[in-house]
Design a binder for this molecule. Structure first.
Ligand code: NAD
Length: 430
């Protein structure tokens, strides 16, 4: 089929490449001419395992093209997927729908007769119905659940597909687009617009709640002298609870969970439904960043003023260079404001971190970040950080003090190597 993908960021670039992989002819559209130029040259302007190869292969093979022209996209596509950003509004918790509205208006103006406009962006419930009423073209909603770091795998082999449709024809078209994925046995839920929109915000709210639940238990462990790692292990053996998303740490960040739960609570309140628990989920999450700062101060004898702090991690999660609402950079920047001499190192996210926080210090290697440090903060769970030899690191730093903000380092090993070791929700090692 001839598809277009409008908005070629993390979601759109992945979707465009994966649709080409499924055998479709695809045109990616973006208003950012720099991004389009990079993608045309087969380069992906962000880190996502496996994606660059796929984009290069399909742009070279001619199945995947990129443009800034809606006219070209409209003339080409039978189905248009809208994947533009829906960030948090500057003036509050609601989602900013400016890009979604502009993209639908522009593609509707240029689309061929009978083309289907499919929203994939995460939007407040009611958006699809409003867009369908505003534009002549047929609309469907097909929310996306991919995880950064696993985006290609999640798109080609998703846990499920959700089609929000109003007609059999829209369902048929979406079934044809996804035929290879459906043939592989992927579960499909066909539903109305509102439910399709809500599945996405409900899923993110559930995941955020699970993370904040265990982080709230970490707070109780800190107050009562328990060990949240053991607690989570024991909880997770219950099949009804499970082990996933139950690791206490510095909390969630990124371009989705924080803004999505805020927008959902806001939208629910507009509809007269009080989702106050999501505000508590958000507050617990933000308090974990405060806790890392408290531990940093404690380890530095009451103040971080003048301390050389090595921050391991800048991306909001491993296998990504995305620094949107990154807990690691938030903590780094706040310690910088407190007078610490902060040096950040991340295997992939250095360029984005420098752009977002130009005043922080940056190291070109893990070794350089550690050298001469008074305090080390482990804040993004990259495998190379987890595998650091505490004895090797001990030789590099000035003072061996570390906060494990991700709850994965072996406290006994670090302590045995001479480190003062602190983690969230865990007792101080003896
Ligand atoms: P992003 O900021 O990486 O990409 C958005 C892209 O849209 C940018 O390249 C921007 O230039 C482009 N754009 C903006 N306005 C445009 C317009 N009018 N026409 C064409 N292009 C336009 O954002 P993202 O992370 O890819 O997220 C996109 C949407 O997908 C959001 O609603 C997000 O919540 C949702 N989502 C993201 C993920 C994820 O892991 N990143 C997962 C599932 C859903």
């Amino acid at each position: 089929m001839r598809l277009t993908v409008i908005g070629t960021g993390y979601l759109g670039a992945t979707h465009a490449a994966c649709m080409a992989e499924l055998g479709h002819e695809v045109v990616g559209v973006d208003v950012d001419a720099g991004k389009v130029a990079a993608l045309r040259a087969g380069r992906v302007p962000f880190h996502e395992p496996g994606l660059a190869d796929m984009v290069a292969r399909h742009t070279a093979g001619g199945r995947l093209r990129f443009t800034t022209s809606y006219e070209e996209a409209g003339a080409f596509g039978q189905v248009h997927f809208v994947c533009v950003g829906t960030p948090q509004r500057k003036d509050g918790d609601a989602a900013d729908l400016t890009c979604v509205e502009a993209a639908f208006a522009d593609i509707a103006r240029h689309a061929r007769e009978g083309a289907l406009l499919v929203g994939k962006s995460t939007v407040p419930v009611g958006t699809a119905a409003r867009l369908a009423a505003a534009h002549g073209s047929e609309v469907a909603w097909n929310p996306e659940f991919l995880r950064e770091g696993f985006a290609v795998e999640d798109t080609l082999r998703p846990d499920r597909l959700v089609f929000g449709v109003r007609t059999r024809r829209a369902e048929r078209l979406l079934r044809r687009v996804h035929a290879p994925v459906l043939d592989a046995g992927t579960p499909l839920v066909v539903t109305d617009f509102a439910t399709a929109e809500l599945v996405k915000t409900a899923a993110n709210s559930f995941l955020a709640t699970k993370i904040s639940f265990i982080n709230a238990m970490a707070e109780v462990c800190e107050a009562a002298g328990g060990d949240v790692r053991r607690l989570a292990e024991a909880l997770g053996y219950d099949d009804r609870i499970g082990h996933t998303f139950l690791r206490a740490g510095v909390g969630f960040g990124g371009g989705c969970l924080p803004k999505d739960i805020r927008a959902f609570a806001h939208r629910a309140a507009e509809l007269g439904v009080d989702l106050g628990f999501l505000r508590a989920v958000d507050a617990i999450n933000m308090r974990r960043r405060d806790r890392v700062i408290t531990l940093a101060r404690e380890l530095c004898g009451g103040t971080v003023l003048g301390a050389r702090v090595a921050v391991l991690g800048a991306a909001f999660k491993p296998d990504s260079d995305d620094v949107r609402d990154s807990p690691a950079l938030n903590v780094a920047a706040r310690l910088g404001l407190d007078g610490a001499d902060v040096t950040v190192y991340d295997p992939e996210a250095m360029d984005n971190a420098r752009k977002a926080f130009p005043l922080l210090g940056y190291a070109l290697s893990l070794e350089e970040a550690l050298r001469g440090a008074d305090l080390v903060l482990h804040l993004t769970e990259w495998p190379q950080f987890r595998e650091v030899d505490p004895g090797w690191a001990r030789e590099l730093v000035y003072r061996p003090r570390i906060v494990d903000g991700r709850g994965v380092l072996d406290a006994d090993r670090w302590t045995a190597a001479g480190w003062r070791f602190r983690a969230l929700g865990r007792p101080v090692p003896q």
